[in-house]
Ligand binder design. Sequence first.
Ligand SMILES: NC(=O)C1=CN([C@@H]2O[C@H](COP(=O)(O)OP(=O)(O)OC[C@H]3O[C@@H](n4cnc5c(N)ncnc54)[C@H](O)[C@@H]3O)[C@@H](O)[C@H]2O)C=CC1
Ligand SMILES: O=C(O)[C@@H]1CCC=N1
Length: 269
Amino acid sequence: MSQKVAVLGTGKIGEALLSGMIRAGWAPGDLLVTTRRAERAEELRTQYGVEPVSNAEAAKNADTLILTVKPQDMATLLDELAPHVPSDRLVISAAAGIPTSFFEARLAEGTPVVRVMPNTPVLVDEGMSVISAGSHATEAHLVRTEEIFKPVGKTLRVPESRQDAATALSGSGPAYFYYLVEAMTDAGILLGLPRSQAHDLIVQAAIGAAVMLRDSGEHPVTLREAVTSPAGTTISAIRELENHGVRAALLAALEAARDRSRELASGNG
Ligand SMILES: NC(=O)C1=CN([C@@H]2O[C@H](COP(=O)(O)OP(=O)(O)OC[C@H]3O[C@@H](n4cnc5c(N)ncnc54)[C@H](O)[C@@H]3O)[C@@H](O)[C@H]2O)C=CC1
Ligand SMILES: O=C(O)[C@@H]1CCC=N1
């Protein structure tokens, strides 16, 4: 029997994951989706050939349920789902902040729950999905979760106590890089470059730097030193970054993201 997977609350991250699963070879007929709006359901059916169903039908018919609603909507979704989820279903939550105990308290005794923090580069198979087992999830449940998330990037298992930090670094991480690219493109405009050229130069610098970080085996400090010529241009820029406290700003920013993830733990943060 083929295993069916349902994505419940198919918004931005749910759709990114769905598209990745289809690229990885999952049969659309084995994928169920739920949405709040009928037009959205139709859009997903047309684009991916998947079957829109109600939350209750998803719970009854899918072996694995991936919950991708906002943390603030999770309690309502669970109230609706709980009476329909047999305790042999694997429930995977992609919500920031919410601990596996939140789900376990609302689902039938013994239901296996796995918490995953993916990120949007799953759209281009370069995601990072950080995975933690709840108290009833076994090795087989973790392997099943990895089968779903591995084709769209890397996976990493961590104890659940590290999930808020992982969310700050990895779940939110792509946004920091987009923010930097946006700011540096503006700097290009300030220096008189046309916007499209400034964008292309910074994006290619980001891609080149990312590939070197991943593939060279060198520490980021070594890579930066190789760019930083004595009395040259780079060190003039680095001095300004230090003067403006960019390193301290990043430490504070990621700490704030970690704290926000903790606040979302109750589902109504
Ligand atoms: N966007 C991102 O980069 C990431 C998001 N997440 C997590 O994924 C979750 C969703 O985030 P986004 O995709 O950004 O939000 P979103 O708002 O795009 O998606 C949530 C979707 O759930 C639907 N929904 C809400 N209640 C529902 C219900 N009872 N039944 C069916 N559908 C329902 C909404 O209509 C919406 O389409 C959040 O918990 C977030 O913490 C995790 C990692 C990365
Ligand atoms: O901003 C958020 O809350 C979600 C979780 C991680 C990335 N996006």
